[in-house]
Design a protein around this ligand. Structure first.
Ligand code: ADP
Ligand code: MG
Length: 367
């Protein structure tokens, strides 16, 4: 487990952040300039905070009180940057071997073949970075990080320079690392789709401070005005139970309810995480008939909070937490109040790939 507590001032900017991260993916999520990169550089030992206590598995990496500062190369971190930062004069294979060079012999847990097959980069090994696509470069960069036998992986906006389809191509590889290699990952991003899909813990940063931390299902419905000016988002976790090829829809089971999804290319039984923006949910007092929205969940209002000309209405739908943003006018017309039973309606959930969390942990990957 990693535990971070830092205080630091650089120019106008003050960082005052504490968080803990364990197995899986911990997302440092926040708008540009909120201090994410500054924070991961401190974890990596690439910068020295004014005041810090950073420990990893009870080993002190940085403690200003007792003057301890473990240099970067002794922290055993795999660092993946926004742009791959591969050596341009080396082939992909040579770049990978460079990573392994840093792994102490006894710790070389993953071989080159294993990493190559995990990331699907066998056909790229003799190429130089200039001839690789952005997505391919990132896969090689991730491979290089893995071959250094890291105890922790830091990824700083690893997908933000890529277009949408390249992003979709790489996300499954990051999931494989999370689910099969089980090295903790601290994943920096300002993109909610990546974070909702990958992370099991979110640390929300704003102006150098931790505004909230918890699971995506705890954080995203709670927080208004997420990065990119997004409304709060409900997170529902369910199990894929079928596909309707004729209608081009997938179906997930959430408790005793069924949720209709846009088609998802994953096997039945997979646990998926669905994300619904608060602006996409309609409330009704009775269960409406003859309405195109495919998803109807019955629930009870838990809280109503004011949000300018809107209100945020939170619902408990059989244990699932939903939040919707409606106008104050609608809330008054419907006489909404805590305790009232309502129906939440929304269209087939758009699973843009990115809103999916693929948490089924199967056997070790096979090549
Ligand atoms: P993020 O990664 O979340 O976009 P950064 O950690 O890069 O944010 O930056 C946080 C703040 O620190 C910004 O206001 C940025 O301008 C400032 N900053 C970053 N690096 C330096 C530096 N070396 N010296 C002074 N200010 C910096
Ligand atoms: Mg940054």
């Amino acid at each position: 487990m990693i535990s971070v507590s830092v205080l630091h001032r650089q120019g106008e900017f003050a960082l005052d952040a504490s968080f803990e991260a364990d197995q899986g993916v911990t997302a440092l999520f926040g708008p540009s300039g909120s201090g994410k990169t500054t924070l991961v550089q401190m974890i990596a030992g690439l910068s020295r905070p004014d005041d810090a206590r950073i420990t990893f598995d009870n080993v002190v990496w940085n403690d200003t009180d007792s003057g301890i500062f473990v240099p970067s190369h002794k922290r055993r971190i795999g660092y993946v940057f926004q742009e791959g930062r591969l050596f341009p004069h080396l082939t992909a294979r040579q770049n990978l071997l460079y990573g392994r060079f840093f792994a102490p012999r006894g710790d070389r847990t993953m071989g080159e073949d294993e990493v190559v097959s995990l990331l699907g980069i066998g056909h790229l090994l003799d190429k130089r970075p200039s001839t690789l696509s952005g997505g391919e470069k990132q896969r090689v960069a991730i491979g290089r990080a893995l071959l250094s036998a890291p105890k922790l992986i830091l990824m700083d906006e690893p997908l933000s320079a890529l277009d949408r389809s390249r992003k979709q191509e790489i996300l499954p590889y990051i999931e494989r690392i999370r689910d099969h290699i089980k090295i903790p990952i601290v994943y920096v991003s300002h993109a909610i789709d990546e974070v909702a899909r990958l992370s099991n813990r979110v640390v929300l940063l704003e102006e150098g401070k931790v505004r909230a931390q918890g699971t995506p299902a705890q954080i995203f419905p709670e927080v208004d005005n997420l990065p990119e000016n997004m409304a709060p988002q409900s997170i529902i976790e369910g199990r894929l139970i079928g596909h309707e090829p004729y209608y081009g829809l997938s179906i997930a089971e959430v408790g005793s309810e069924i949720i209709t999804l846009q088609p998802v290319d994953l096997p039945d039984g997979t646990m998926v995480r669905m994300r619904i923006p608060a602006t996409d949910i309609i409330l009704a007092l009775e269960r409406p008939e003859n309405i195109s929205a495919l998803n109807h969940l019955a629930g009870e209002i838990t809280t109503i909070t004011s949000d300018g000309p809107h209100v945020l209405v939170s619902l408990d739908c059989g244990g699932q937490r939903l939040v919707t943003r409606i106008t104050l006018l609608s809330a008054e017309r419907l006489r909404l109040k805590p305790g009232l039973r309502v129906h939440a309606l929304f269209k087939a959930v758009t699973v843009d790939g990115g809103s999916l969390f693929h948490s089924s942990v199967g056997p070790a990957f096979s090549s």
